[in-house]
Design a protein around this ligand. Structure first.
Ligand code: GNR
Ligand code: NI
Length: 155
């Protein structure tokens, strides 16, 4: 088990585009295990993207506590989005802030799992929100970029 340090705003790695994973090997699986430990034990988040531990790879994990457990996404593609919900978000990389963001209420996503095998899943509710929040990290986007108007002046 290993905890990794969470990168926070001010470090411009958070603004970079993460790169595709070429091969899902033991090194990637070790990174995934460290990300899970970091998310669960240290920081108690519901999701974490690799860039948040300083690794610019298109990888994220989510566990929103809905009983479906940990979901791992490598080289994810969002295939479909439906509906709109308002979501109150925070981010481990933006300590001390929260705010309302518009998200889809449903997503369909394709990715590779920790064995490098492709899968497709549908998600709604909090899991869909978390997937979109994490997916944004892969493109250097933070929830603070998307705050709905009335919250922009708060902080
Ligand atoms: O812990 C987190 N909570 C959260 C709440 C609402 C929507 C998204 C999230 S993800 C966040 C952890 C994090 O920063 N992941 O990138
Ligand atoms: Ni985040």
């Amino acid at each position: 088990m290993a905890l990794r340090e969470i990168v926070t705003v001010g470090d411009d790695i958070l603004r970079k585009r993460s790169r595709e994973v070429a091969v899902v090997d033991d090194r990637i699986r070790m990174l995934l295990d460290d990300m899970e430990d970091t998310m669960r034990l240290d920081n108690r988040g519901v999701g974490l993207a690799a860039v948040q531990v300083g690794v610019l790879k298109r990888i994220f994990i989510c566990d929103v506590g809905d009983g479906t457990g940990l979901h791992t996404f490598i080289n994810p593609e969002i295939l479909e989005k439906k509906g709109t919900v308002l979501s109150e978000e925070g981010c481990l990389s933006v300590p001390g802030k929260s705010g309302m963001v518009e998200r889809p209420e449903f997503v369909r996503i394709r990715a590779l799992d920790r064995h490098g095998d492709p899968f497709e899943m549908k998600a709604e509710g909090y899991l869909a929100i978390c997937i979109c929040h994490e997916y944004d990290h892969l493109d250097g986007i933070l929830f603070t970029d998307k705050l709905v108007e009335e919250n922009k002046t708060v902080e």
